[in-house]
Design a protein around this ligand. Sequence first.
Ligand code: PHE
Length: 342
Amino acid sequence: LRAKYLEQIGAAADAGALEAVRLAALGKKGEVALKMRELGQMSAEERQVAGPVLNGLKSEIDAALKARKAALDDAALDARLKTEWLDVTLPGRPRPMGTIHPISQVMEELTAIFADMGFAVAEGPQVESDWFNFDALNIAPEHPARQEHDTFFMHRAEDDARPPHVLRTHTSPVQIRAMQGQGAPIRVIAPGRVYRMDMDQTHTPMFHQVEGLAIDRDINMAQLKWVLEEFCRAFFELDEVELRFRASHFPFTEPSAEVDIRCSWDNGQLKLGEGNDWLEILGSGMVHPNVLRAGGIDPDEWQGFAFGMGIDRIAMLKYGIPDLRAFFESDLRWLRHYGFAA
Ligand code: PHE
């Protein structure tokens, strides 16, 4: 019995085979157990001889099982160590990292610059009521400016009682929301998305503007000029800027001015701040009394300036990005090239 089981234990190739041997020898119905049961039928003298022999056999088999189990575990571990090794000297695999989109970057830059001049950020919805986008800004229903804006209209059932809505064509409706929401005095900018039905190298149906609005008892155009010059100096990182105010017309400002920045074109290379050319960068003016009234502000007590600037456009100028459409194509190569480290 002893020789048979010790040999079987030595030959067991894995934990399963070893367990089978254990059951055959020491299990409830195993051979050694059966022999132990026979002790009951023996005489006292016989039992005194056979008892210790059987117990010795039992512990010997037990010990052999344990030793074999340990040997098998060691071998299994060795095998795993041989196959599952790790070369810690290999270089790490780079994780693909996203970049900050130039528009987001520029929005952060301009928000910080205007914050230094005391402007808070105001917001409004992109799906805007006709009234906020046009009427409140002194653009009457038959005003030609409505056609010029290439508006996206939200379609509604004929019996829908809600007022008509559009995708906002500019950030100027946020002027009205700021006036109604906080009352005078006001110093806010409103960066955000705007929409017009237009598409070519310099136009996309969605683009970005930043609105500026300052209202107080004695706001004037000289302050508008200073704010815009300070902004351009900081944003374009120039020592010298020169802005040209060109008389213009917007229904919501009076007087109105389009603002150009001095620049030069050297072999197709644009340089801001010097030269004999001018580049238009924004529209501005003194807030029209009708607009103040629509915002619930008394034009006899308060006055203000407003401006609206294309964010995509100034981003293209600052970072030398040639085609506006690429901003919104999500081409990874473009994003890696023009994007900013997070
Ligand atoms: N809303 C005008 C536009 O989209 C820009 C503007 C804003 C002009 C504020 C004057 C004052 O063209």
